[in-house]
Design a protein around this ligand. Sequence first.
Ligand SMILES: NC(=O)c1ccc[n+]([C@@H]2O[C@H](COP(=O)([O-])OP(=O)(O)OC[C@H]3O[C@@H](n4cnc5c(N)ncnc54)[C@H](O)[C@@H]3O)[C@@H](O)[C@H]2O)c1
Length: 350
Amino acid sequence: MNDTAASSLTPSTPKRTLLVTGGAGFIGSWFVRYILENEPQTSIVNLDLLTYAGNLDNLSSIEGHPRYEFIHGDITDKALVRSLMNRVDICVNIAAQTHVDRSIDGPDVFISTNVVGTQTLLEAARLAGIQKFIQVSTDEVYGSLGSTGAFTETSPLDPSSPYSASKTSADLLVMSYFKTYGLPVCITRCSNNYGPYQYPEKLIPRFVLNAMAGKQLPVYGDGLNVRDWIHVSDHNRALALVMNQGQPGEIYNIGANNEQSNLSITKCILQTLDKPESLITFVEDRLGHDRRYAIDSNKIQTQLGWQPTVNFDQGLEETILWYGKNPEWVRRLEQRLARETQTVAARSSK
Ligand SMILES: NC(=O)c1ccc[n+]([C@@H]2O[C@H](COP(=O)([O-])OP(=O)(O)OC[C@H]3O[C@@H](n4cnc5c(N)ncnc54)[C@H](O)[C@@H]3O)[C@@H](O)[C@H]2O)c1
């Protein structure tokens, strides 16, 4: 089977509309661009709240596209979500609060967006009778591994952080809508993504920008926590494939079989940018920090024919260099951040 989702659609495939949530974020913006480029009969309605992580600059290349519509709104807004769901065929839920550290500092918004927001979408999807609901989840629902083994789709759910617990809760709700109401759902659980356009609170973009500015790179604990890294473009091809060919009620793990410690990625960033390792500072470990993740993606490979294609060393180098080659994207983001910090400071001084 060919793993290009677009090639699974023939010219006679009927026109259809997707509701993509969180399409202004890192993965969502890649997904929106990928679908518009590869599926000429598919239109997209992108519902995004534009939180601190949502960035319309990620979508500047498709501004004014005839098959694209942006709606500024919240996935917890029942009336809005119901009206949108009535005019789409498929929902791909990518919106979420996504940063583990923020979930430790303030879990409330993780419950409202990731749990209540998902249930709001599910209920609207059920009432509208849409064709498919794709829930973009994470390998973090499985918790932490010892030094061997990998998570399969049947591994026990054992989340550690408020973020991963909220994603796990959402997954359980999604599956309940399949079992109870027969809503045709699929869940994807992907490992850590890297690539251009990632918001610089996550490890790679944050360390790249710090290193470029000659600032310290704060590495948690001993730096030996391991994640299974995948290029965001490989994740998006898998998402499109699950959307087009995934079986209702099924969960698909997505990973590139590429385990790396935080420390080795940090050293690679410094080496690529020709910066000294003395910029590394080891800081107190994150609370409840999972030690190791590894994903077994045999199911999506054998059942849907997907394969990761991006070589990690090359993908990482291109990603590191992308931030340097796109100073305007970085500058506008930093200006926005500074404005937001000022607004918060002004509010708290009232
Ligand atoms: N980044 C990763 O490594 C990774 C790995 C596996 C799974 N995931 C999952 O993929 C999804 C996207 O992750 P990301 O890294 O692109 O996140 P991101 O933080 O870059 O983007 C999240 C997007 O969701 C939007 N959003 C947040 N709350 C919303 C709300 N209430 N209503 C509407 N929009 C809202 C934000 O404005 C933003 O555009 C998440 O569900 C995450 O759990 C991420």
